[in-house]
Design a protein around this ligand. Structure first.
Ligand code: ADP
Length: 493
């Protein structure tokens, strides 16, 4: 019997190619396509930040304009539409000049009341406009705290959207650290009745509103982006205060690994890199790309010295305090380090400082997608020592370009990187267990030894490139979960 075609709506704050700060954007740019390939009617809803130019992205007006009372005033939103390039996936973009259009930045900072208000307005605008867009999905797939308020609306003032009782909410946690907490007065702005939602069974958390909690309690199922992280978040160390709740709901918590878009990240055809890297014989391409990268950063092209790349948000989560602890020791190792990233000032300072003091370290503070391609391609190793990592895409992209990841064994890194010392015949990288500077240093020494084995090295590069990170398996897992949750009774809430 043919499977029913589902209507699926993914709501998120970023998606490649329109707006990106982190991995969520990669997921939103590629998972919808993979789901559409399975035959579903898939649509995506995003805010239209100022940087998303209508002319650049062929945005058309849908004609849907909604006005509603929000935050003590009448607000009006317009809905644009376009398609995800290279697919039939419809993308809706919610326009509001004051909250989104006049801002180039995606995020204003979690300490800003306007950060709360703008994403609430976005959520409200989504549920307000869906009937006019004539699209009531079977699956509302919400992502992270910013879109979790939709789950609260669907349980309360917008219950009519689910009145057939046939729709379900899938809530995906891409990072449990960012929960979106604010004082209860925010409920007045949102137009949510405190009597209905402000309780421990709803979204109340230590006297505050916690939108992540709304997603967990009001979602029919909760997913996160690796199996390991799905387990970790139910423990004190990784739960950010929500571990008990997640543990109580563990029968409805699932881990589905992210894939990457193999067309976008394709070493054989990548126009951003100096020379293509062939799967059959990767080393000539890799050496040419490394030479070009070294030239770009003014580093000597010494074949005996491996190059380690970093492409990352520079935030606490990413483990660079371990690098800081190694400090000048890094400068004395026979390696080169090239860093691309931006984020918290202390880490930006750390890498600027290291680059200033060590002849073998270079840093580019900023966000640059083309340069990220050149680093993935031109590095021998990719360093990702995250303290915690829900899924992680950097290590998957690195593998695709024949670059061996050096990772802390946590979350999605533990699920995707298999240590070569433990598994010499099948491993694809270097992974360390203890979150300590010495463990990182040991890992770097192990990397050096692997690189020094000139005979064994080509096999490792070729093996890394065979790691299957395509979306197909993950999209099939989401497909299975959507169908399963549609058969389950809706969650109480
Ligand atoms: P997170 O979502 O926590 O930032 P992921 O590893 O899941 O981490 O995804 C990071 C994505 O963002 C990758 O595609 C990576 O290449 C990209 N990225 C991170 N920092 C930069 C940067 N400074 N310039 C370009 N791309 C970046």
């Amino acid at each position: 019997m043919a499977q029913r075609r589902l209507k699926i709506l993914l709501v998120a704050t970023e998606a490649v190619p329109f707006a990106k700060e982190g991995g969520v954007a990669d997921v939103m740019g590629s998972l919808p396509k993979a789901l559409a390939d399975l035959g579903h009617d898939v649509r995506v809803f995003l805010p239209r930040y100022g940087r998303i130019e209508p002319a650049q992205w062929d945005l058309d007006r849908t004609g849907v304009v909604k006005s509603f009372w929000f935050g003590g005033a009448t607000q009006t939103v317009h809905i644009w539409q376009t398609t995800l390039p290279g697919s039939c996936v419809t993308v809706y973009l919610l326009d509001h000049e004051g909250y989104f259009g006049r801002h180039q930045k995606l995020y204003l900072g979690q300490d800003q009341i306007d950060e709360q208000r703008r994403f609430l307005l976005f959520c409200r605008g989504v549920v307000e406009s869906l009937p006019d867009l004539d699209f009531i999905p079977d699956i509302f797939h919400l992502n992270d705290w910013q879109t979790a308020p939709i789950a609260a609306y669907l349980r309360t003032s917008f219950r009519h959207l689910t009145s057939r009782g046939a729709n379900r909410v899938v809530y995906t946690i891409h990072n449990l650290q960012y929960q979106g907490r604010w004082g209860p007065e925010i409920l007045g702005d949102a137009g949510l009745d405190p009597a209905a939602v402000f309780s421990p069974q709803g979204l109340e958390y230590w006297g505050d509103v916690n939108w992540m909690k709304a997603g967990i309690n009001y979602g029919d199922v909760v997913t996160t982006v690796s199996r390991r992280y799905a387990e970790e978040i139910q423990t004190l160390d990784f739960g950010w205060g929500l571990d008990e709740l997640l543990f109580q709901r563990h029968t409805r918590v699932f881990g589905i690994a992210n894939g990457i878009d193999w067309d976008e990240w394709n070493p054989e055809t990548d126009a951003a890199i100096a020379q293509p890297i062939s799967l059959e014989n990767p080393l000539p391409g890799k050496q040419a790309d490394r030479k070009a990268l070294r030239e770009e950063f003014g580093l000597p092209d010494d074949p005996d010295v491996p190059l380690i790349g970093v492409v990352s948000r520079l935030v606490d989560q990413k483990g660079f305090d371990l690098v800081a602890a190694l400090g000048d020791l890094l400068g004395s190792l026979p390696v080169q380090l090239v860093v691309l990233g931006s984020g918290q000032a202390p880490y930006e300072h750390l890498f600027r400082d290291l680059a200033g003091r060590s002849a073998n370290v270079r840093a580019r503070i900023g966000f640059d997608v083309a340069l990220s391609h050149r680093i993935y391609a031109g590095s021998d190793f990719f360093l990702m020592p995250s303290a915690f990592e829900p899924g992680g895409l950097g290590q998957l992209i690195a593998l695709r370009y024949g670059t061996l990841p050096i990772v802390h064994a946590t979350g999605g890194l533990a699920d995707t990187v298999s240590d070569l010392t433990e598994h010499p015949e099948s491993g694809n990288g270097i992974s360390f267990e203890a979150y300590e500077p010495q463990a990182l240093l040991d890992a770097l020494h192990r990397a050096l030894a692997l690189y020094a084995d000139r005979e064994g090295w080509p096999t490792l590069v070729a093996r890394a490139m065979t790691h299957d990170s395509r979306w197909s398996a993950s999209a099939a897992a989401y497909d299975g979960l959507y169908r399963r949750v549609l058969r389950l009774p809706p969650t109480a809430g």
